[in-house]
Ligand binder design. Structure first.
Ligand SMILES: [Mn+2]
Length: 314
């Protein structure tokens, strides 16, 4: 059943023992919203347990309560409300396994949410942390610093440090209020932006493959199978080269197998779905992708040709 923010707040206040969980592969918003809500509920005299069925990002260890986040251990906890944050309830791994007869409240800012929970509060917002902030504001409680830090981290994470198009006036209003409650932006960024040396070295190796083509209008990173396998993640790589002056399209091609490559393309307005759909892929005007069943060198040529056609026609 669809419910409003006020009704969600009421459900939370009516509960005594709450289990909070979020999606696997947790990010700053999943962890931040979970810890923020837990801190709010504890402030209200309730028992709150955060259970996440995955490895936690180390760069979030500065958040108060991080060490108390549990992995599901097969013994269903004694709770009277389940809360799933930042995702559909089927994306939480085994966090709710073995629990039955307990109402489930789903709070999520993804409009693609399938709306299957007993109660769901879904809104198109910058982050789930922003929705938890609204609940805290509505309950007009004092804002514990642990909550402020966690929710600010969630806001910061999902908005790319308040730079993405999902950043709204309400996001800054929430952030401002969280600063008043003790969140410190530099503490969040200094911790949140930390990455292991291996990840940094992977970025350096990837950037070494940089090639400028089409007279400087296309920037590309071309990772062979060995480098692709070595990388823990290629997240953010394409954004590093998209900002090069004069670049209209940025390309990242990763060789997954001898004759299979994953292609990501970003632009500043050029409709790159026209390239991606040519190879059976898709996406958005400024961000598209496809998979090519061909070796790296061949995939590179095919994408380059398609991009040159696109540049010539626009
Ligand atoms: Mn989120």
């Amino acid at each position: 059943m669809k419910i409003t923010m006020e009704e969600a707040a009421k459900k939370l206040m009516a509960a005594q023992r709450v289990l909070i969980t979020a999606h696997v592969n947790p990010d700053g918003d999943a962890v931040g919203a979970s810890l923020g809500l837990a801190a709010l509920l504890r402030e209200k005299g309730k028992t709150a347990t955060v259970v996440l069925d995955d490895k936690l990002p180390r760069n979030l260890a500065f958040l108060p309560g991080y060490d108390e986040i549990r992995r599901p251990d097969g013994t269903p906890p004694d709770v009277d409300l389940l809360v799933v944050l930042d995702a559909d309830p089927d994306r939480v791994g085994d966090a709710l396994k073995g629990i039955s007869g307990v109402p489930l409240l789903n709070i999520d800012h993804h409009i693609t949410n399938k709306q299957t929970a007993d109660f769901y509060y879904i809104e198109n917002r910058a982050a789930t942390a922003e929705m938890i902030y609204d609940i805290a504001e509505h309950l007009a409680s004092s804002f514990p610093k642990a909550m402020a830090l966690a929710l600010y981290t969630g806001l910061s994470g999902d908005t790319g440090s308040f730079r993405f198009s999902n950043t709204r006036p309400s996001t800054f209003r929430a952030a401002a209020r969280l600063l008043e409650a003790g969140a410190e932006p530099h503490v969040v960024s200094e911790n949140f932006e930390v990455k292991p040396l291996s990840v940094f070295e992977g970025q350096v190796a990837a950037l070494r493959t940089l090639e400028m083509t089409s007279g400087g209008r296309v920037a590309g990173l071309y990772l062979d199978q060995e480098l692709t396998a070595k990388l823990e993640s290629s997240e953010g790589f394409i954004d590093m080269i998209r900002v090069i002056e004069g670049v209209e399209a940025a390309v990242l091609i990763r060789a997954l197998e001898p004759a299979r490559c994953r292609v990501s393309i970003r632009s500043k307005g050029l409709d790159v779905t026209r390239v991606a759909t040519k190879f059976g892929g898709g996406g958005h005007v400024r961000a598209a992708g496809c998979t090519l069943e061909m070796p790296l060198a061949e995939a590179k040529r095919a994408i380059q040709t398609a991009l040159d056609e696109l540049l010539a026609s626009s």
